[in-house]
Write a protein that binds this ligand. Structure first.
Ligand SMILES: [Fe+2]
Length: 254
């Protein structure tokens, strides 16, 4: 179907973006000398588009050795079952737990109106895990915030990072869902900002243009959300402080 088509773009030699269209996500392929990696699989309906786009770069589904899921949301993991027979599936330990336990609230099944039955994860990643593809190596950076199990994948020699939904284009942030936390978000992006990065590639939308500026914009946005949420709680607290007066006023005309 048209809305699930993927547009293939070679970002660096052997590193490809299979661009999806909202609400589907982008996938990325690392054609390594020793292993072929796929980052994120998209919605369950994206399977045929994934198969076709892999074909455009000369790969069949069974040529993918390892699928790395950036986090547990269904728009990123939905087509993972296509690879169950021939590839290993890896994600952060906290995302893996939600997938194994079918935590539908955290995986946002209801939002997408889909189920994620039959999922499995073979490899639990931690921050600092290194995924070796031969000529390219991806370091796992645990970046909780959007969800507790979110990761970014950093290729230090290429100075690029795949950010999933943690940081989108122009420093937009992917929102705080289910298991996420805005204060974790701020700390995660501060760590991303310390990396030597020429480009970051998000799970949705265009690539970055100026990573340091965009990471700072993301920190500023997250900090504003934190301040707004504190202000909101203060309003609620103030409201409660006057509750007894309101109760008293109600009975004045009795
Ligand atoms: Fe997400």
């Amino acid at each position: 179907m048209k809305e699930y088509r993927r547009t293939v773009k070679e970002l660096r030699p052997g590193i490809f973006q299979l661009a999806g269209w909202m609400p589907d996500c982008h996938s990325y392929v690392i054609r390594g000398k020793e292993k072929n990696l796929l980052i994120d699989t998209g919605l369950p309906q994206a399977g045929e588009a994934i198969r076709t786009s892999l074909g455009e770069i000369g790969l069949a589904l069974e040529d993918i050795d390892l699928v790395v899921l950036s986090h547990e949301h269904l728009d990123h993991i939905g087509s993972a079952p296509l690879f169950f027979a021939t590839a290993m599936i890896a994600t952060h330990r906290l995302a893996a737990m939600k997938i194994r336990l079918q935590d539908e609230f955290a995986m946002m099944n209801q939002l997408f109106g889909l189920s994620a039955d039959g999922f499995r994860v073979d490899i639990c990643l931690e921050g600092g895990s290194v995924i070796q593809a031969g000529n390219y190596n991806l370091t796992v950076i645990h970046t909780p915030g959007h969800s507790s199990g979110s990761i970014c994948l950093y290729e230090a020699d290429q100075r690029l990072v795949f950010t999933g939904d943690t940081v989108l284009t122009e420093g937009n942030i992917g929102g705080v869902f289910g298991s996420g936390s805005i204060s974790d978000y701020i700390e995660s992006i501060e760590r991303l900002k310390m990396l030597q990065v020429d480009a970051y590639y998000p799970g949705h939308g265009p690539a970055s243009k100026d990573p340091p500026r965009e990471f700072q914009a993301a920190i500023d946005r997250a900090t504003t959300i934190l301040a707004d949420s504190k202000a909101l709680f203060n309003v609620v607290r103030e409201k409660n402080r006057f509750e007894h007066i309101r109760e008293y006023m109600k009975h004045l005309n009795d």
